[in-house]
Design a protein. Sequence first.
Length: 281
Amino acid sequence: MSLLDPRSVREIAARLDLRPTKQRGQNFVVDANTVRRIVAVSGVGPDDVVLEVGPGLGSLTLGLLEVADRVVAVEIDELLAGELPRTVAERLPDRADRLDVVTADAMRVTELPATPTAVVANLPYNVAVPVLLHLLATFPEWQRGLVMVQAEVADRISAAPGSKIYGIPSVKTAWYAEASRAGSVSPTVFWPVPNVDSGLVALRRREPPATTASREDVFALVDAAFGQRRKMLRSALSGFVGSSAAAVEALEAAGVDPQARGEVLDVTAFARIAEQLGRTR
């Protein structure tokens, strides 16, 4: 078998004297069936160049290489980045030349050796949202993706307006893409076993809202609105715009009820408000 199993994962880890760290969110998938399910749900095909973040010991990398044209793997851990080509060469030798490894922090990488068409990744749980937003902003060429994150985070990313868990990750992701829950993953398929469930989020790129406001201005507005999410928008935004009266004026001009709360607005509504604020400044 080309894919890793629990025994092979532990053998590689022992060879490297690897001790997985929580700091880097190192929980490695050890179940081949789970890998194949993730690859199948992602919809990756023979024409795709897949960007993978945090490949770790290569479980998902191998599954992707079985079906994709190329995989670009971004790994911050130098030890793991150096070992990954060896693992692929041993287990999938006829596809070894289809792998590019970039040793870098995924939140800072700005260039890749190939242009990705899709993203499939088991994102480190402690930085999943900022990594996802960075990938969406920095590499606009990829059109679809599937990311595995902590189940609670998956719910927040894919939440719709009006939900209690709808918030900053939901709105900012929606600026770039449509996000939806695509399944769950048990902790038992990882080594070490995490104390949380994982969730899959499917992403499909779309055009951002049509607005004269910049993404930075919209995102700053979103941060302000959810910084005091229990308050009505006229109060939550008063400090951001200078006064409650100015907030009411911008909200009404954007067609938004000043007594509403941020959790009921979609990304288009936030863009309208930011556009009105830009006109009054």
